[in-house]
Design a protein around this ligand. Sequence first.
Ligand SMILES: [Zn+2]
Length: 283
Amino acid sequence: MTYQEFEETITSLYTYGTLDFGVVGYSNLGRPIYYAHYGDYVGNQIIIEGSIHAREYVSGLLVAEQARYLAETQPAIRGGIYFVPNVNPDGVKLVLDGLTDECPKLQEITIAINNGSTDFSQWKANGLGVDLNVNFDALWGGGSQNVFCVSSGNFVGYYPNSEREVRAMINFTELVRPSLTISYHTKGEVIYYGFEVLSPDRLERDRIIGEQLAAVTGYELIRTVASTGGYSDWVSQHLQVPAYTIEVGNPSLPHPIGVDALPEIFQQNKDVPLTALEATYDL
Ligand SMILES: [Zn+2]
């Protein structure tokens, strides 16, 4: 799959009259981060995002497919669902296309960050070597796998929220004020919940909804430990609403998990958006 084909799975959502389509913001290298919205703007809203880690781009294909499924089946719902399939366009383009249209100096730097290799299939970071899912201001820099220099993965950035993609997601999320968020990653078929939850009531609330997501996906629900700087971590800490990180894809599959795995992953996750939204009605 080329990056153009990947992006067309997202931009083609624009053609559905049952979806609103727009831009959350732009990447460091100027690529748009799109969203599609299904439902109403009154009532509870949820946000579902994917591809924040570049090599996990199948999670973005899943989020686009979830939006397409609702657009075509048109279930009646209360509230609305925002789908953000690709938070990391520069990184996903590196994984799918390698270095193509970047200027020669940036190509040299990017190859150096990748330890001299032109194989970018294992790249997780954005286009500048910052790992977006450890850059959010939520116990930033405290993770056991964090690194502190540009890298294909796990570099926390020079300061919290330093990356344009991260600030775009923060601004967007603060505008939407979601009742719940879901972040899709690969791999493992597990659902993480409960980042830095201090009150037992909140932990129990998040666990109960998490069990519903576990039931529809068949995945295992696990309490988050030692996670810092991620989107779910930031949402949980700053908005105090349930935030789940769902790792799709069989753990036996190697990174990057490709489009071949999408049909099975979609079957496991097609009911997640509505289940998650309906779970917020009682909050
Ligand atoms: Zn990930």
